[in-house]
Design a protein around this ligand. Structure first.
Ligand SMILES: [Zn+2]
Length: 583
């Protein structure tokens, strides 16, 4: 875990430094634009004065086709001022300019996770980590171990189990939890976030009994006698989760700062935060404004939060609370997940005849839910995993474009895991962004053919087909569903293999991405998906000075070894915000 022992340089975490940086960032926009338009527009003297630091002696992959590899970059007021050879840039030093030797290392733009749950990840530090547990017994042991430290009635929270990893591969029963935790409510979320395993104490608190009907868009699984089994699907999860006492604000902030350190150490400079609750907006804003969160968070509000109305009314908040935190969009759900067989499919699940998953609302009600957000200028992002849900969302986007044409941000489909062949071309045609998580493919590939059947699997994780149809795919991980490590996503994208290199040639290897496309997905395409392609995504003069120094050159190594890459340093807005011992 040494990777995660981020060391902030004292000066970079101080509020005053970040406030200065933020204040400067607005000014630089103008300077840089002039620079991009033509360096001649600025006098050489002025240009040099703006340079605060020069990073030199690197193999810097800029992701800018105009100048793909350079040795050095100069930075000032949070932006790239110039790129070029070490000799060129060092020749223009003036007193006070810092120089940082990259030691010949490879550098790429800082990575952005285009679909993540950052606060959810932050809160995990307080929860049992059940990712990778191989049996129900292992989960019960972890719950047991927690009990002695708790008072009667305290909640036990956990996340990450996956019954597909167990020998019997079937849902557990609440009785197993009741045996070890009769007095403490237990709430354990499945790895996908769309199912929960709870005990009788939690069901009692939520008022769930044999007489409780399934909520709309959800299922309370019941046994042969009609009693709840302790497994809740999709909207039924909320019946219990809303009974969990909220974290105090200060605790939330502390966990978020710690989570940002982990992300920076993993090579991420920001995330598209999918689903921000009304009560949390001010938490992000306060942290960001105080300079305590050196991390770019592009926020999508939880449209289904009952307290969200004032935020809908207020419209997007570009830059409020500092440029690091923005609210650009709103998040909706069309269906569940393939793992829990609640993703909505056009035809039955191949391994569960009669089940086509759960479409959370009709096309008409989805249209009516989205409309007011779109009219306010929010970017729309709808979770859709099954081919029926993807089709519904495309239909709704098509209807919006036809009935309410408005020049707004391009809408997104989050996940788009299974797309019917006839719908692939509709994304580009409608200007809809397929926001995908490459690592889901390699996580799911061992069982997804069972769910979908041989014919339908052709449209699963169909990256190459989507790109061939004219789309750009922003890369995400959906963490904490998956690891925060973006190199695992890049590896999955270029190999479609697990970490052991299986299967040979990759699972449906014809859908693999090139390395340029995979790195591009987490840089250029992530910026494109958030409509900041003029500001981020490549090391181009005028854009944010966000980049990472790598242990190995990702562009000249065996793809199988990409997961072993370590991030030696992370630079955000020109400042080193993470530095490993090896740099
Ligand atoms: Zn998600």
């Amino acid at each position: 875990m040494r990777l995660f022992h981020a060391q902030f340089q004292g000066r970079t975490v101080k509020g005053s430094t970040w406030r200065a940086l933020l204040a400067g960032a607005c000014l630089v926009g103008q300077v840089s634009c002039a620079h991009v338009g033509g360096a001649d527009a600025l006098s050489g003297e002025k240009e040099r004065a703006a340079v605060e630091a020069v990073y030199f002696n690197g193999t810097i992959h800029t992701m800018d086709a105009a100048r793909p590899v350079v040795e050095a970059v100069s930075v000032g007021s949070g932006r790239i001022i110039e790129t070029g050879s070490s000799r060129e840039l060092l020749a223009r030093l003036h007193p006070g300019t810092r120089t940082i030797d990259l030691g010949g290392r490879a550098v790429i733009p800082g990575l952005t996770d285009a679909h993540a749950h950052f606060l959810g990840f932050a809160k995990l530090a307080n929860r049992l980590d059940l990712v990778g547990t191989a049996s129900l017994e292992e989960i019960l042991e972890k719950v047991s171990a927690k009990i002695p430290s708790l008072g009667k009635g305290d909640w036990i929270l956990g996340r990450g189990w996956d019954q597909n990893d167990w020998r019997e591969a079937r849902y557990p029963d609440r009785s197993a939890l009741d045996g070890i935790a009769p007095d403490n409510p237990v709430y354990l979320v499945r790895v996908c976030g769309h199912a929960a395993y709870v005990n009788s104490a939690a069901l009692r608190l939520a008022g769930i009994s044999r007489r409780t009907p399934d909520p709309a868009g959800g299922k309370i699984l019941k046994d042969a006698r009609g009693e709840p089994t302790g497994i809740l699907l999709d909207n039924a999860v909320e019946l219990v989760s809303k009974c969990i006492p909220p974290l105090p604000r200060d605790e939330k902030k502390r966990l978020m700062v710690a989570a940002a350190r982990k992300c920076l150490a993993a090579g991420l400079v920001g995330v598209h935060e999918m689903g921000i609750a009304a009560e949390d907006v001010s938490v992000y804003e306060e942290l960001s404004a105080a300079g305590e969160l050196p991390f770019r968070i592009t926020g999508y509000l939880s449209s289904d939060d009952t307290m969200i109305a004032p935020f809908l009314e207020a419209g997007p908040r570009a830059g409020r609370g500092g440029v690091l935190f923005r609210i650009v969009g709103a998040k909706f759900y069309a269906d569940g997940s393939l793992g829990a067989r609640s993703a909505a499919l056009i035809d039955d699940y191949a391994d569960d005849p009669g089940n086509r998953g759960i479409l959370m609302q009709s096309p008409d009600s989805l249209y009516r839910m989205i409309l007011p957000w779109r009219e306010k200028g929010f970017q729309i992002a709808v979770h859709a995993i099954g081919d029926d849900a993807v089709r519904e969302v495309l239909d709704v986007y098509g209807r919006l474009a036809a009935e309410r044409p408005a020049p707004g941000p391009k809408p997104r489909v989050e996940h788009a895991q299974v797309v019917a062949a006839e719908d692939i071309a509709r994304f580009a045609k409608l200007g809809v962004i397929p926001s995908m998580q490459f690592i889901h493919c390699t996580s799911d590939m061992s069982w997804v053919e069972d769910r979908l059947g041989v014919g339908r699997v052709a449209g699963a994780y169909a990256w190459r087909s989507l790109i061939a149809a004219g789309n750009r795919i922003p890369g995400g991980s959906d963490f904490p569903v998956e690891s925060i490590n973006p190199f695992l996503g890049i590896h999955a994208a270029v190999t479609r293999q697990d970490l052991a290199g299986r299967p040979a040639g990759g699972w449906r290897g014809e859908q693999r991405l090139t390395l340029e496309e995979a790195v591009g997905a987490f840089t250029l395409d992530a910026a494109y998906a958030a409509h900041v392609e003029d500001e981020a995504g490549s090391l181009t003069p005028g854009k944010f000075a966000d980049f990472i120094v790598l242990s190995d050159d990702i562009f000249s190594m065996n793809p199988a070894e990409i997961p072993l890459i370590r991030v030696l340093a992370t630079v955000l807005g020109g400042e080193v915000v993470y530095r490993s011992d090896a740099f």
